[in-house]
Design a protein around this ligand. Structure first.
Ligand code: ATP
Ligand code: FE
Length: 337
């Protein structure tokens, strides 16, 4: 079974081929147009998707070394994401399905981030998590703790009530004058800094839910107050600011994850989403895994950020379940799982 996956939910246009669960190609075209605006501009994103989608799909098929008629089904990101961007991938997938006479499969982007853990690779030992497992899904738009019962059955047991963890990284990075998206820059600078130099506020939210907007405001006011006293405050303290900010975000994320593991009794722990690329978070998870005897599974770096391989692998499991959709399917912008 050969699945073509299409991802266009935000600012990356991506296409991938997965055969029987194993990756054959994964092409990602980043959109550079947004950098100068310090955030994704939806109108520009959908236009760039339109320009990218055909060459990206052609390249994915070429790199996989297959011909179009070997594709069994086409899977596309239906949501959540930017509606204009999603429409480009959705329309392309529908056209491809119709032209090739193959089934169409809709994929939830968040489910895709989770199932990225199941992508097989040639000559690399296959080590997927065992059900049921907990997944800390941390991305630009979401921060959730999910119980994954099987490939297609997931339950959100905790989520952010305001900003996502990635948003906290990006917004705080922006006020420090770092490029967009700021998460990777904070990660890099944090390595040189002192994580305990500054203290920022942590939310007190009941249960397993998260909140990051208070931290963002606290960080902003902290900088503003200190810049009044020393206009070079950010420049002089950049690495310590990044390290302390990152430390706070990690503590918040891990606090609830530890609680979830304790309450559910599940020791099979995974992470997913763009923020799972964060080196501080990865290290902290490894330390906790040793302490609490977790079996920790961390996805390969290239499958943490938005990519179509995760959409294709989800499509593969839906194909096995014969979960197809019709030409009347429309994208959705808001979170649902
Ligand atoms: P969603 O999946 O919720 O719709 P998204 O697709 O925009 O959102 P991803 O592509 O999964 O999100 O992740 C992007 C986010 O990951 C950005 O906020 C980015 O700053 C963050 N990120 C990427 N690498 C790192 C890193 N090393 N450290 C911290 N954050 C990072
Ligand atoms: Fe994403």
């Amino acid at each position: 079974i050969t699945i073509l996956g299409i991802e266009s939910s935000c600012d990356d246009t991506s296409a991938a081929i997965i055969r029987d669960g194993e990756i054959m190609s994964n092409v990602v075209a980043n959109q550079k147009v947004h950098e100068e605006y310090g955030g994704v501009v939806p109108e520009l994103a959908s236009r760039a998707h339109q320009q990218n989608i055909i060459p990206v799909v052609e390249l994915a098929i070429k790199k996989a070394g297959i011909s179009r008629n070997e594709i069994s089904a086409v899977a596309f990101t239906r949501g959540p994401g930017l509606l204009g961007s999603l429409l480009v991938g959705t329309s392309f997938a529908k056209g491809f399905s119709l032209a090739s006479g193959i089934p169409l499969i809709d994929v939830n982007h968040l489910q895709g981030h989770v199932l990225a853990l199941f992508i097989k690779e040639k000559e690399i030992e296959y080590n997927p998590p065992k059900f049921p497992f907990l997944c800390l899904l941390v991305s630009g738009g979401n921060s959730q703790i999910i119980i994954v019962r099987n490939h297609l059955e997931m339950e959100i047991i905790g989520q952010t009530i305001d900003d996502a963890a990635g948003e906290a990284f990006d917004k705080c990075a922006k006020v420090m004058g770092l490029p967009y998206p700021g998460g990777p820059y904070v990660d890099k600078l944090a390595k040189e800094g002192d994580p305990l130099k500054f203290e920022f506020s942590r939310p007190r939210i009941p249960g397993l839910d998260y909140s990051f907007s208070g931290l963002k405001t606290n960080f902003l006011y902290f900088l503003r107050d200190n810049i009044k006293k020393n206009e070079n405050f950010i420049e002089e303290n950049k690495t310590d600011l990044c390290a302390s900010l990152q430390h706070t975000i990690i503590e918040i994320l891990l606090g609830k994850l530890k609680r979830a593991a304790k309450e559910t009794g599940i020791k099979e722990i995974t992470i997913a989403g763009g923020v799972s690329a964060n080196s501080g978070l990865r290290n902290a998870l490894k330390e906790n895994a040793e302490k609490y005897c977790w079996n920790l599974i961390i996805p390969k770096f290239e499958y943490t950020m938005d990519n179509a391989a995760m959409i294709a692998i989800t499509g593969y499991y839906k194909y096995l379940n014969k979960e197809f959709v019709g030409q009347n399917t429309v994208p959705f912008a808001r979170t649902q799982l």
